[in-house]
Write a protein that binds this ligand. Structure first.
Ligand code: 5GP
Length: 188
């Protein structure tokens, strides 16, 4: 395996288990760097600023877009989410694997600007199972849940634009599949 830096995009519908796969990859990919997105979404209870997200207001997000500080960004069910460019560039230059846990529109923007990026789409075994997972997470209102499920169907329709489509049925199997794709991309 070489020490070539690599951008890995882990995309997929809300509730599919991107966070769990991301956490599992920490044990499988030495030195994995996690990108911290900026978002205008308000924090959920227990979410600390600067850990999973930097929580910013609309004006701050506008400034980041205007200054071209975001590698990609997208609007998602009424809020904006984006990946700060500089930390990703620095980590890749240092030879790290940088993981972006983002939605599908953003993933496709990364593909446009970085043809070497590895794009992985995580999919649920079925849409009914996705709905069950989103409900059991209990973080969304009924209306927000319906919007997320509607977006999910569109997202799954873009599977052909990804380097790999991994079904998240058994978590360990999904983590191993993504880790194998990362190892192969690094060795290429
Ligand atoms: P949530 O509100 O559940 O934290 O995130 C909603 C969606 O936005 C999820 O699919 C999440 O992966 C995605 N997301 C988080 N950060 C980013 C980002 O920086 N860019 C894009 N395009 N999507 C993001």
């Amino acid at each position: 395996m070489s020490d070539r830096g690599l951008v890995v995009v882990l995309a997929g519908p809300s509730g599919v288990g991107k966070g769990a796969v991301h956490a599992g990859l920490r044990d499988r990919v030495p030195g994995l760097v996690s990108s911290v997105s900026a978002t205008t979404r308000p924090p959920r209870p227990g979410e600390e600023d600067g850990v999973a997200y930097r929580f910013v207001d609309d004006a701050a997000f506008d400034r980041m877009v205007a200054a071209d500080e975001l590698l990609e960004w997208a609007a998602y069910t009424g809020h904006r989410y984006g990946t700060p460019r500089a930390p990703v560039a620095a980590a890749v230059a240092a030879g790290a694997v940088v993981l972006l846990e983002i939605e599908v529109q953003g993933a496709l923007q990364v593909r446009a600007s970085d043809p070497d990026a590895l794009l992985v789409l995580l999919v649920p075994p079925t849409l009914a199972e996705l709905e069950r997972r989103l409900r059991s997470r209990g973080t969304e209102t009924e209306e927000a849940l319906a919007r997320r499920l509607a977006v999910a169907e569109t997202e799954l329709g873009h599977a052909d634009r990804f380097d790999a489509v991994v079904v998240n049925d058994d978590l360990g199997t999904a983590v191993a599949a993504v880790a194998a794709r990362i190892a192969a991309a690094r060795a290429a």
